[in-house]
Design a protein around this ligand. Structure first.
Ligand code: SF4
Ligand code: SF4
Length: 237
């Protein structure tokens, strides 16, 4: 990588951090080429790099999820997704103006007909960009905040300097699996060649959201986020 690649990356990082990004990294997608070709359609499967950006969710709000679904969590989930989409668009247009192809992946992938499928996995890009590892809950686990974050991805052919992935640090922990009410989490470690269904049953999780919505009028859960010991805080009484 030359000076131009380093300069471009630093300029982009500064711009995104200035308007609210908490995490920023560049993924070398060639490390997961076979997985991408198998699981994603064109053009999403064709890019060699990705910009991965994260915003932290308020940790004290996540802690409240231990008590049940929370309207305040739904509110900030939407607020953070909107901010991430803004960051994705800014990144895409910055790269386009610099002469490269780029495509942003929406922070929430509810734009697809099947809520269990994604155009591209934000957590895969973030893990390859060194923002954290994919935990047994299938969430991206960051050393500082655990899974209390949301992500956006911009796929690109810009020759940006890539970051190195970090090691998986779930170890023998089973906190997310133990906390999951419908037992959707299977407790398996992530391996990039295995489908996510070997770790999590998304339909079971979705069905639980529907059940909770019918009971409480709020369709969220997040007990796996609240339980993760990485980044855990205690709500003061
Ligand atoms: S959100 Fe709730 S139901 Fe879904 S995996 Fe996490 S703990 Fe289980
Ligand atoms: S709760 Fe434990 S097993 Fe689950 S993602 Fe966090 S560290 Fe990994």
């Amino acid at each position: 990588m030359g000076d131009k690649a380093i300069f471009l990356k630093e300029e982009l990082k500064e711009k995104t951090v200035d308007i609210g990004a908490d995490l920023f990294g560049i993924a070398d997608l060639t490390r997961a080429e076979a997985y991408m070709k198998k699981n994603y359609a064109e053009p999403y499967s064709n890019f060699p790099r990705a910009v991965s950006i994260g915003i932290f969710l308020p940790t004290k709000i996540i802690e409240l999820l231990e008590q049940g679904p929370q309207q305040i969590y739904s509110h900030y989930y939407s607020v953070v997704n909107s901010k991430l989409d803004e960051l994705g668009l800014l990144t895409c247009n910055f790269l386009y103006k610099a002469g490269y192809d780029a495509i942003p992946i929406p922070a929430s992938q509810q734009f697809l007909n099947d809520p269990c499928k994604s155009a591209f996995s934000h957590r895969l890009a973030a893990s390859l960009a060194g923002l954290g590892w994919i935990g047994k809950s299938c969430c991206l686990i960051n050393e500082k905040v655990g899974p209390r974050l949301r992500l956006v991805t911009v796929l690109t052919n810009a020759p940006l300097e890539c970051d190195a992935p970090v090691n998986n640090r779930c170890g023998s922990c089973t906190a997310c699996q133990d906390a999951c009410p419908p037992k959707a989490i299977k407790g398996e470690k992530f391996h990039h060649e295995n489908p996510l269904s070997t770790m999590l049953e998304p339909e079971v999780c979705n069905d639980y959201f529907k059940k909770v919505k019918a009971q409480h009028g709020i369709g969220n859960c997040g007990k796996c986020l609240a339980a993760c010991p990485w980044g855990k805080v205690t709500v003061s009484k």
